[in-house]
Design a protein around this ligand. Structure first.
Ligand SMILES: Nc1nc2c(ncn2[C@@H]2O[C@H](COP(=O)(O)OP(=O)(O)OP(=O)(O)O)[C@@H](O)[C@H]2O)c(=O)[nH]1
Ligand SMILES: [Mg+2]
Length: 743
């Protein structure tokens, strides 16, 4: 192996990071880098037989991942996948991750071979990064990926490799083409160093500037003259007073500032970029001249033709709304049979448990607490699966990026960074990865603003709550005879949350986190047939995490809530005394029917419990929103995780009412009345409740991830406060406004 190794403690750290027991020779480390959306993770998955997330839009991977792989001849190696980067300027945090991984900075082990993945159809743009890597003299190999898609436009790998002086292999990471050749090239390249051929001629002034700071570079970074020069140019263009790069010596920063001050009016960035593009143009002219017609495209491509409709300001939105409607209506229509099956299954288990367990505390805990509580949540599994199937199909086809394009104006007009789109869309699934996806943004201000509004997007945990309420209070019907009302309401909730998120961004961006917005330079990926395995894999991951959550957090809180709702028990004399009073309130002067008496006795017991008292204590704050104390209990439970609302409501009505014990929750909610006989759940209450759930910050994991990403408690506290206040005020406006209008 010829790769340079850092000596002493640096090597030890590197080996520890590779998980190699001391004493054994370290495994060679391959690093996959490249522009966003070129297929790095697809290649990583192929090489290491992993199943990491891929998607047809830039910025899917946001963290470094390492795995073991085997090479021809039985040799083992480590392969690492990092976020995509257009260059190594390190202005965004993904570029920083890529740069540090390439150079072995900040506790990263230094790679033995950098495999730069290139989109064969986008050569000019992709080669800029290749050129930077060549200049840094890192051991390099080019994987010319997506050759299937580039078709005739793909350059000849031999010719390109010869021009760069770097081995080059054609691959199709999606279908697994060219992998054997790639592995062989990796083995050959690990065994033998090769001098790259690509050379950039920079203006003499620039070279003098670079040489003026070269001796301030730390000794551990330095190498050949070319490498030192490349690092100096990098430092000149990348070091900024507010960058978050660690380990940069003060002397280097000082020297750069002096050179830049001396340069005066000269635009150093431009001089560098222009010189590099000149070098690339002449290189490509050489490579491509053997393939006439490669660079010139004539007929509009399939993607361009589809985009004429889907990006059209009017048709584009119409198609978007139609797609949303189809998606959400099918959540109701298609999931229903499976949901009924799951309900029946839990009913069966409930029945069995009641038969076999002795009556009393244990039976109640197991049947009413555990089985019903978890069953009421798990029943939404088919909808979660369907939602992620659709999200996966839309993402992988490249359509989601078009939605970003359509939304870009709206995003910018409220002061959000154009790149906020990816986190906002991911927010439809779950706020936690969405908040992590804000790492693609360069400025802290943009990241913060996006983090503060992403939790407003309707995540999949809200889906069970919406479905329960819509299913209970809005019977299936059609508007104008064709548009399904349930689906429309669901679309409305999603649009509502998006609009509120945009408005919140506009307000917060002008007050709490001020700053101007940056235009979106979004690269639209080509349309592709979604890869079914990766879509199904995404669906499975989500289903698994939903079930895991149902079996852990939700289960735990359900049990806690069950105990709170069951204890303390109403003392016997009080229970007896409560009856006539309750009956008197319920129907003055009337005979007390046994069913009503039983019902009232249970309601009094519920009110007497800790949970009931908590709900009662909150009732004054909730009545203006149209909620009674029982809903209050559900809302308290939901602050742990939104789905807990569903299980708590199941218990509240299971414990507090008589009736068919196995009647679905939505039927029981529909039948629930106040003591004066009015229904508790009117459509207006349902709407107010959905609005509350859309806007309140009821998710501990979200707060934890904001704390982690901002490294401060200030922002999660602020997030929680503002969202909860917003939820209360908006529900209040909806409920009171609706009543004024006579609903
Ligand atoms: N046709 C074709 N599609 C590919 C190929 N390699 C990857 N893809 C598709 O390209 C898209 C992007 O793939 P990823 O592996 O996520 O790309 P990435 O470089 O890791 O992307 P980021 O993490 O966002 O930087 C996915 O839709 C893949 O299915 C290929 O060789 N041919
Ligand atoms: Mg990736």
């Amino acid at each position: 192996m010829t790769a340079a190794r850092t000596a002493g403690t640096a090597t030890e750290t590197a080996e520890a990071a590779r998980g190699v027991p001391s004493g054994e020779p370290p495994l060679p480390l391959l690093l996959l880098v490249g522009n966003p959306n070129v297929g790095k993770t697809s290649l990583f998955n192929r090489l290491a037989r992993r199943n990491e997330r891929v998607g047809n839009y830039p910025g899917v991977t946001v963290e470094r991942r390492t795995a073991e792989m085997s090479l021809p001849g039985g040799q083992r190696a480590l392969v690492a996948d990092v976020p995509g980067a257009y260059s190594l300027s390190a202005r965004s945090s993904e570029e920083q991750i890529a740069l540090q991984a390439v150079l072995g900075w900040a506790d990263n082990p230094r790679p033995d071979l950098v495999v730069v993945v290139v989109d064969a159809g986008q050569l000019v743009r992709n080669l800029y990064l290749v050129l930077q890597l060549v200049e840094l003299r890192v051991p390099l190999l080019v994987a010319l990926n997506m050759v299937d898609e580039a078709g005739e436009r793909a350059p000849d790998p031999q010719a390109l490799g010869a021009a760069l002086g770097v081995p080059c292999v054609a691959t199709n990471a999606r279908a697994g083409g060219g992998l054997v050749e790639l592995s062989q090239a990796i083995v050959a390249r690990l065994a033998r160093a090769q001098q790259p051929r690509l050379h950039v001629s920079y203006p003499a002034d620039l070279l003098r500037d670079a040489d003026a700071i070269a001796d301030a570079l730390p000794a551990a970074w330095r190498g050949s003259v070319e490498r030192d020069r490349a690092l100096s140019l990098w430092a000149l263009t990348s070091l900024e007073p507010d960058d978050e790069l660690v380990g940069i010596p003060d002397e280097l920063r000082k020297r750069c500032a002096e050179v830049l001050a001396r340069a005066g009016q000269r635009d150093i960035d431009r001089e560098i970029i222009e010189s590099r593009y000149r070098a690339l143009e002449s290189l490509l002219a050489g490579v491509l001249e053997a393939q006439p017609g490669v660079a010139t495209k004539t007929a509009p491509s399939r993607t361009e033709r589809i985009d004429r409709v889907l990006l059209h300001p009017a048709y584009g939105f119409a198609v978007f709304l139609a797609i949303m409607l189809v998606v959400f209506q099918s959540l109701f229509a298609w999931a229903d049979p499976v949901m009924k099956g799951i309900e029946a299954l839990f009913g069966l288990v409930h029945g069995l448990a009641s038969q076999h367990l002795p009556a009393g505390f244990l039976q109640d805990l197991v049947t009413k607490g555990l089985i019903d509580g978890v069953g009421n949540v798990v029943v939404f599994l088919p909808q979660i699966c369907l939602l992620f199937l659709f999200i996966g199909l839309l993402e992988d086809s490249g359509y989601m990026a078009r939605v970003a394009y359509l939304m870009d104006r709206a995003l910018r007009s409220v002061g959000l960074h154009g790149r906020a789109f990816v986190p906002m869309m991911s927010g439809f699934a779950c706020a936690v990865p969405a908040i992590m996806a804000t790492r693609t943004m360069e400025r802290r201000r943009d990241r913060l603003l996006t983090m503060l509004v992403v939790p407003l997007m309707s995540c999949s945990a809200r889906l069970p709550v919406y479905t329960l309420i819509i299913g209970a209070l809005f019977p299936p019907s059609h508007m104008f005879g064709v548009l399904p009302v349930q689906g429309l309401l669901m679309v409305a909730m999603y649009l509502f949350s998006t609009c509120v998120a945009l408005i919140a961004a506009a307000v917060l961006g002008r007050t709490v986190v001020r700053g101007a917005s940056v235009p979106l330079i979004l690269e639209l990926p080509p349309y592709r047939w979604p890869g079914l395995p990766s879509v199904l894999h995404l669906m499975w991951l989500r289903a698994r995490s939903f079930l895991r959550e149902a079996g852990t957090i939700i289960l735990a809180f359900t049990v806690v809530m069950w105990v709170l709702l069951s204890y303390p028990k109403l003392p016997e004399p009080q229970a007896a005394a409560a009856l006539p009073v309750a009956a008197q309130i319920a129907a003055p002067g009337a005979e007390l029917s046994p069913a009503l008496a039983e019902n009232e006795a249970r309601a009094s017991a519920l009110e007497y419990s800790f949970g009931g008292r908590l709900g009662k204590a909150l009732e004054p704050a909730l009545i203006p929103l149209g909620f009674d104390w029982k809903i209050g209990v559900g809302i308290v439970g939901a602050f742990a995780a939104r789905e807990v609302f569903v299980s708590v409501m199941g218990m509240v009505y299971g414990l507090g009412d008589v009736g068919e014990d196995d009647a679905p929750l939505r039927d029981r909610m529909r039948a629930e009345t106040h003591r004066d006989g009015h229904p508790v759940y009117t459509p207006l209450v349902g709407l107010s409740l959905m609005v509350f759930f859309a806007l309140a910050c009821q998710c501990m994991s979200t707060l934890a991830v904001v704390r982690r990403e901002t490294r401060s408690w200030r922002w999660p506290v602020f997030l929680f406060g503002y969202m909860t206040a917003l939820a209360w005020v908006t529900s209040f406006a909806v409920y009171q406004g609706g009543r004024l209008l006579g609903f």
